[in-house]
Design a protein. Sequence first.
Length: 380
Amino acid sequence: MSLRVLVAGTGFAGRGHTAAFRAAGCEVVGMVGRTEHVVREITDTLSIPFGGCDWDAALAKFKPDLVAIATPGGAHYGPIKAAIAAGCHVFCDKPMTTEGATATELRDLAAARGIKTAYAASFQYTPSVQHAKRLIAEGAIGEPTEIESISHFNLERGIPFGWSHRAEAGGGRLNNNFTHSLAIAQTLIDGVITQIAGDVRDDLGRAPIVDGVHDFTTRRAFIPEDLTDPALEWGESNVEWSYTVMARMASAMARQPVSVLFKHGGLVPRFHEDHIAIYGTTGAIYLKGHYGSGALLLHDGSDWTEQTTPEDIAATVPDGLGETEQCWHVLADLFVRDIRGETVPPYPTFAQGAQYQTIIDILRRSGPWVDVSDLSGGTA
């Protein structure tokens, strides 16, 4: 029997979740959004039989087996809580909510009701990351000692003001970049996060207010030609566009905690390529790309050599899709199989989502700092 899915959100993620659950053998019975004409347009395009703007009414009407939450993070809490109350399993994009307290509440509500959950910090499912995970587990680099995750996006400062600029809407680079990077680091070494520290910075300050932006992926097309135009209206950013985070992770593969560095600059250009590197006592692995989804190079103690992805790992992602969509497909398939009672590998759930939101709360406080200004020792 096909599982029935109700989707919240009509943008890029809503369309991606729809395709992923259809590929997993589910029936998408409806989609809910904020704007009636947009919902109607998207549901017609995707051949979804129902489109509406009332989430509670749609839950009551269809009584779906599971819901897919594909809206920005600031709109997650209410629909998820209602879905849990209705007995639906929940697949939720990151960020889970906008703060640790609400994410933890939803985690506990789902656990109390026996609701299965999936949390889509899903770039860990790229073939290169899964290949690296296998190599590390096989001892290819000895005991893992350090991980570095480095990315610089050089995002345009004129991108129109929207949810990504506001903490209460689920914006910020921690919510929308760090969640993936942290999940990748954890999965690579099967790590348990034991300590965290970091610093964040809002390098942007404001963004132009522009009408007409609906799909997050097309926002660059709406950047004003003249950002000095005195007629422009501006919205204020209250989130981080840059972060530096240090973590320690315990791993059964290592006798000492693994040191992890996450460095992300959302508004600055890269010089060398973005990458994820994992160092060990006898070797190292280098993954090209900000989420490590490019080529994999292995250092065996003498030189770097590019490695071919094993066929069984390459076969886990569908062809003809972008990386984001590929990873949604993998996680949706695992989630559906688990709901059906099949044995599947562990996947990220609300337990991880709540932990990540709490960690983000901590990092946004950027402390504690130790004042060493009185240690300068005077002039030379």
